[in-house]
Design a protein around this ligand. Structure first.
Ligand SMILES: Cc1cc2nc3c(=O)[nH]c(=O)nc-3n(C[C@H](O)[C@H](O)[C@H](O)COP(=O)(O)OP(=O)(O)OC[C@H]3O[C@@H](n4cnc5c(N)ncnc54)[C@H](O)[C@@H]3O)c2cc1C
Length: 315
């Protein structure tokens, strides 16, 4: 792990964030892959007011930042992050069970899977598909998280966005240009943040919702490997599956250092405990090159690369 002298204006940051600011924080403990280097500066926010204030302050001073939700869809470089990392722990959730339609409003740092399970416990249906998805609601909006034939776009009524140029806006799935694991915001990270979102639900039968969620979770356990990973590494190409292509290329089980392409699912890359981001990147590159050479398909990353990446990391 490499420690660097920060070029961030520490006097401004310390005055703005006081005890919510930490220096030289390992991001490995905040990511589902359990790897990644140090953040020069990490600022924890516990409400969307704090999130909005932090982002506005950084924009006002021209200081770039990265939002860290559940860290379950990102690969943080071994060299770490020179931008300010904002750890989003704004987690308030409010259900409106008697609304037309019933709905839930939640802050973007709320755990999305837990929110879906809470809805189910209240007999509210519509989010059964999301019960096993790690990470935050904000991360789910950014990547239009989806599973079992559904995705966030199908539930989203509106997202509260703080946009650098447009201020606070309320955007629908259409405004956000939600597509397959993509959004306008994912294309332009740093330009806006998700503060909160309101999701459409429906009255349902508690036992049926519970049964459907259990079925989905059991399917997940059978088809996805346990262990530290980022979930699916690549987007599925049109009409095919990244995992199938990686398996057909003979790459299942391939290991670089402490990282391995899962034996169970070719699109899951596992950290066995000692993996570096560079090891994982080695597997990414091999999978992309081999699949391209054998099938002419360019695999596109679903995950986001965060931090400083050198040419050496990508060799
Ligand atoms: C075991 C496993 C299974 C998974 N299964 C699925 C699945 O079935 N379906 C699926 O879609 N995904 C799946 N994923 C991927 C991941 O859980 C989702 O993409 C999730 O929605 C990411 O949320 P997060 O909070 O962890 O995002 P992070 O990894 O923290 O962030 C992802 C990106 O979004 C940005 N971001 C996060 N929050 C905000 C915000 N509030 N405002 C602005 N930018 C923000 C970050 O800066 C980063 O660029 C899986 C992952 C794992 C590890």
């Amino acid at each position: 792990m490499i420690t660097m002298t920060t070029s961030l204006p520490m006097n401004i940051l310390q005055a703005a964030f006081l005890e919510r600011l930490e220096e030289n924080v390992s991001l490995a403990r905040y990511t589902s892959a359990r790897l990644g280097g140090l953040a020069d500066v990490l600022v924890r926010v516990n409400s969307i007011e704090e999130l909005a204030e932090a982002v506005s302050t950084l924009w006002a001073h021209g200081i770039s930042f990265t939002i860290l939700g559940g860290g379950s869809n990102m690969l943080v470089s071994d060299a770490g992050v020179r931008e300010v990392v904002i750890l989003n722990r704004a987690r308030a959730i409010r259900f409106d069970e008697n609304g037309f339609p019933p709905m839930v409003w939640a802050e973007s740092g709320a755990n999305f899977g837990a929110l879906a399970r809470q809805a189910g416990q209240k007999g509210l249906s519509g989010l059964e598909w999301a019960g096993g998805i790690p990470g935050t609601l904000g991360g789910a909006v950014i990547g239009n998280a989806g599973a079992h034939g559904s995705d966030l776009a199908g539930n989203l009524m509106m997202a509260e966005i703080l946009h650098q140029k447009e201020g606070q806006v309320y955007w629908t799935a259409e405004d956000l240009q939600l597509g397959y694991r993509s959004s306008r915001l994912k294309q332009n990270l740093g330009e806006a943040v998700v503060l909160a979102a309101q999701l459409r639900l429906a009255q349902g039968d508690h036992a049926q919702i519970k049964a459907r969620m259990a079925e989905y979770l059991s399917y997940r356990r059978k088809t996805q490997p346990p262990g530290a990973s980022m979930g699916s590494m690549f987007k599925n190409p049109q009409g095919d599956y990244a995992g199938r292509l990686i398996e057909a290329a003979g790459l299942k089980g391939l290991q670089v250092g402490g990282a391995q392409i899962s034996d169970l699912h070719g699109n899951f890359f596992i950290n066995h405990g000692t993996a570096t981001a560079r090891d994982v990147y080695g597997l990414i590159r091999t999978a992309q090159q081999t699949v391209k050479a054998q099938f002419g398909v360019q695999l596109e990353l679903e995950i986001v690369l965060i931090g400083d990446w050198t040419e050496e990391d990508r060799e």
